[in-house]
Each structure stands twice: as structure tokens, then as C-alpha cells.
Design a protein around this ligand. Structure first.
Ligand SMILES: C[S@@+](CC[C@H](N)C(=O)[O-])C[C@H]1O[C@@H](n2cnc3c(N)ncnc32)[C@H](O)[C@@H]1O
Length: 286
């Protein structure tokens, strides 16, 4: 590829290459990659189209365009993702936070109107996106994020510092909440919930770039819910709320597992596509 060195021409060239590769977000991706390596934004492309781009930046841009053409998600190339209006660093051991998961944050805010949680637990915290978003929304709360991946926890700590909730958050390595010795007002979790048989059929962008630990939910996709719901009584406060993201076909099974563990399901929330997405469980009355 012969990359032009003037800003606007470069943008148009990159966009055309991405379109040719069948990438639907070509314009946005081209702009984000330019910004990563030059600092120039969309406004600069419009206002100063003739700016010359340094050769070193062009070399890096070309590498990233090839990665994108080969199917790597742009968030992986940039090493960051926006979630709940905040910026999160990601790495190969964190799930790339999905916009759908913002619904968990939204439901937590709705569920806690009039009784703000003082303590929040995020099981399978990954990049820390859910916990950190909630700590921004509940300024008096403190939170704990747990993950099995040490590398993900490093990123979550970085994200907590970057988003200025470092002093109110702690991150620990563990098998769900097994090592906890305190109880929480609000528990949130987006656990791995894809069954082993489905994993090989996932889009390549997911299969090749999201960590398997963040995806695989055992033979029926329900292993994490089973494990968590078996033990959650030990760390949810009386009157506490637990919110779980679920797969589109898991509503009945997760409700059954919750009820078998002695919890009442307060609600099942559906997304804009009408699919069940968040199961809302309560532990008795306060
Ligand atoms: C679907 S990802 C969610 C990550 C993040 N909360 C988000 O929504 O983007 C599930 C997370 O659970 C973690 N995990 C998987 N098994 C675990 C276990 N037994 N105990 C703790 N964390 C686990 C994975 O490492 C991964 O970070």
C-alpha cells in the first residue's frame, strides 16, 4: 500500500482500503487510527487537510490498517475502549467491554434509586468497566472487583486509577467470591456464559481476540451462574441486590438456578432488541 502523507488524503485512502476489505466502520476506524498515531482529530482533517504526516507515524498507521484488514477489532488495535462514557484500557486477557453490558450499569442505577449502595462487588471484573462505572455513579460507595486473571486485574487497577476511583476500589484474584469475608449491598456480574459448543461458531473477531476465560461457560453455558449462586449467600447482605448479565436464551435457566439457591427473582430486564439481558435477584428485605 502507498500511504499519502497529507492528512486528508491519508484519511480518504485509509477509509477506502477499509471499505474494500468489507469493514463497515471504515470511516470511524480510519479516524481513530490516525488519532492514535498523530493526535489529529476529525476537526483537524476538515480544517487542516494539508498537514504533512511524519514518516514514522505513517509506518505505524500502515501496520494498524493491516491488522484491521486482517479482522482485529479496532479497540484491540487502540488498546482501549469507551464504556459508560469513560475510557478503559484493555489487553489480551480482558474482554473487550461491550456496549450491551452498559445495561447492567443502567439497571443497577434504577434498582438502587433511594437506597444507594455503600458496598459493591463485581464478579469477573475483567477491565473493571462495570465496577468503575458504578463507582463513578455512586460517589459514596466502595467496590471490590474479582477476577481469575492476574493480567486482567492489573488492567482493572490501571483503569480505576485513570478514572479516579482508585481509592474506593480494590481488586483481587479469586474463584468468584470464595475468598471473601464480607457482605455487599450490590453484586454485579457479567460472567462467561457461552457454551463450549457455540464457541467455535462465534465471529472470528470474538474467537481470535477475546480471552477464552471470559467467554466459556462450560457445556451448557451456565457453569458460572451455578458456581456463583451456590455461594453468593455468603457475601450478599440481607436486602442486597444481585444483577447478572445473561445470554439471550438463558433467562429460564438462570431464574431456576437463583430460585433453587433460595433467592427471589425481582425482574428480568430486556434490551432494545427485546432479548432478556439482565436478571435482577434480591436477598430478602432490608
Ligand atoms: C464476560 S467477562 C466480563 C468482563 C467485564 N466484567 C466486562 O463486562 O467487560 C468474564 C470475566 O470473568 C472472569 N472469570 C472467569 N472465570 C472466573 C472465575 N472462576 N472466577 C473469577 N473470575 C472469572 C474472566 O477472566 C473475565 O474477566
Amino acid at each position: 500500500m502507498k500511504f499519502p502523507d497529507q492528512l486528508s488524503d491519508l484519511y480518504k485512502y485509509m477509509q477506502a482500503e477499509l471499505v474494500r476489505a468489507g469493514i463497515q466502520t471504515a470511516s470511524q476506524d480510519a479516524r481513530m487510527i490516525i488519532q492514535k498515531h498523530t493526535g489529529y482529530e476529525w476537526a483537524d482533517i476538515i480544517a487542516s487537510p494539508d498537514i504533512k504526516i511524519k514518516k514514522e507515524a505513517l509506518i505505524e498507521i500502515e501496520k494498524d490498517i493491516l491488522r484491521r484488514i486482517n479482522g482485529e477489532p479496532v479497540s484491540r488495535i487502540l488498546g482501549e475502549r469507551e464504556f459508560w462514557g469513560l475510557k478503559f484500557k484493555i489487553n489480551e486477557e480482558t474482554l473487550d467491554p461491550r456496549p450491551d453490558t452498559e445495561m447492567l450499569v443502567e439497571i443497577a442505577l434504577r434498582s438502587c434509586v433511594g437506597k444507594q449502595p455503600q458496598t459493591i462487588l463485581d464478579l469477573g471484573t475483567g477491565s473493571g468497566c462495570i465496577l468503575i462505572a458504578l463507582l463513578k455513579e455512586f460517589p459514596d460507595a466502595i467496590g471490590v472487583g474479582i477476577d481469575k486473571s492476574l493480567s486482567a486485574l492489573k488492567i482493572a487497577r490501571y483503569n480505576a486509577k485513570y478514572n479516579e476511583v482508585e481509592e474506593r476500589s480494590s481488586f483481587f484474584c479469586g474463584f468468584w467470591g470464595q475468598a471473601l469475608n464480607k457482605k455487599f449491598d450490590l453484586i454485579v456480574s457479567n460472567p462467561p456464559y457461552i457454551s463450549n459448543q457455540i464457541i467455535p461458531t462465534l465471529p472470528k473477531e470474538v474467537q481470535n481476540y477475546d480471552p477464552i476465560l471470559a467467554l466459556e461457560g462450560g457445556n451448557d453455558g451456565l457453569k458460572a451462574y451455578r458456581d456463583i449462586l451456590k455461594e453468593i449467600n455468603a457475601y450478599i447482605k440481607q436486602g442486597g441486590i444481585a444483577l447478572f448479565e445473561i445470554g439471550y436464551d438463558q433467562q429460564k435457566d438462570v431464574m431456576r438456578l437463583a430460585e433453587e439457591s433460595g433467592f427471589s427473582v425481582r425482574d428480568v430486564h430486556h434490551d432494545f432488541a427485546g432479548q432478556a439481558r439482565v436478571v435482577d435477584i434480591s436477598c430478602g428485605d432490608k
